[in-house]
Design a binder for this molecule. Structure first.
Ligand SMILES: [Mg+2]
Length: 164
């Protein structure tokens, strides 16, 4: 449901001299972990086979994997807690979380990728001008979207195409 960002190597420089780099914005539920619905506790976290190894490959590291930034949206227009019941620019497919990752990690979103298992993830990619990968048992038939059965299956495709 919530994307996370993995920043990759340097690319070009901004006017301030900070490096811009491509990133991979990863949905969590159904992309990194099995979607059991609301997570709620660590006992409900089950990694999808190959997901952590795919993230390690994105880090260009031999072992281990890390996420550079975790982002989430606590708001939902149909929420049950009044303080969190509202629309938000952070709710996918709106671009708020991707823009926050862009600012925090100096991402070039037009050179970045969004990977997810819902049409909202693909909408996020379109909203920020990133490339889109859909993961899951079915396919996304939208033009310009690549479909793979899993993050692990998509990783080599993304790594071949991302500018590092
Ligand atoms: Mg998902």
């Amino acid at each position: 449901m919530e994307p996370v960002a993995v920043g990759l190597g340097d690319a070009t420089l901004t006017a301030s001299g900070s490096p811009l780099r491509p990133g991979i914005l990863l949905d969590r539920d159904g992309t990194i972990i099995v979607d059991h619905g609301y997570v709620g506790s660590i006992n409900r976290v089950e990694f999808i086979t190959g997901a952590s190894k795919a993230i390690a490959r994105f880090n260009l590291a031999e072992d281990g994997a890390h996420i550079d930034l975790f982002a989430y949206c606590p708001y939902h227009p149909a929420g049950v807690i009044e303080a969190f019941t509202r629309t938000s620019q952070d709710r996918k497919p709106r671009p708020g979380m991707a823009k926050a990752a862009q600012a925090a990690l100096n991402l070039d979103l037009s050179a970045s990728w969004v990977v997810g298992d819902q049409h909202e993830d693909i909408g996020l990619a379109e909203a920020v001008g990133a490339s889109a990968v859909y993961v899951g048992a079915d396919r996304c038939e939208r033009p310009g979207v690549w479909s793979f059965p899993s993050l692990a299956a998509a990783a080599p495709f993304i790594l071949e195409r991302i500018a590092v």
